[in-house]
Design a binder for this molecule. Sequence first.
Ligand code: MG
Ligand code: MG
Length: 255
Amino acid sequence: MVEIKTDEALDAMREAGRVVAHALAAVRKAAGVGVSLHELDEAARAVLREAGADSPFLGYRPSFAPTPFPAVICTSVNDAVVHGVPTDYRLRDGDLVSIDCGARLDGWTGDAAITFTVGTPRPGDLELIDATQRALDAGIAAAVPGNRMGDIAHAIGTVAQAARCGMPADFGGHGIGRAMHEDPPVPNRGRPGRGYPLRHGLVLAIEPMLMAGGRDSYRTGDDGWTLFTTDGSRAAHIEHTVAITDEGPRVLTLP
Ligand code: MG
Ligand code: MG
């Protein structure tokens, strides 16, 4: 069931989204060569705590997961695409890092992700990040009343294809509100003019995940959570929570 949000709910979701943005900024600032993924999780936890928000990630256990998620962020490094579990791994020069974070404040949820490089970027990584950002921007630009879900999906897929990047089949964005994952699904590929009609008050997490090797295949790691590229190529993941409004797309997960 799709829940259309009131304008009051959108304002409340904006505050939850702001906490997510601040947590991601704190992680970005803390990240560097020698810093562990656990320490990045601690940086995000401190922001959530300070804001009085709790984490929709911590303890989350979808049907595919063997264990409840143990952290407030996902840390996906190099050939990890999404859902990376923070460990005591220490970041190295040239690592490509995707951080996904959620926050729940006053009963409303925000969800966003960033990708960045540590130290000296490896060849191709900045281009991969740029393509992922452009895919997200194109998806957000299509998130307007009168369009359909397929217009968002098509916009994202077109950028990924032009960049010769793969995207993991079966994974994409989602509706969001009181729960982190609500209807409708937001696929990263689709046909324009098809699918769920977009209207004022619909809130979506839009999240392209691009794999540099160009294949759509992925594998799940031994932890049962982390998605990896099957060809060892690197991946980027960028996400915003976006409200569709009659005034245009309203990005809720900005600082
Ligand atoms: Mg997310
Ligand atoms: Mg999401």
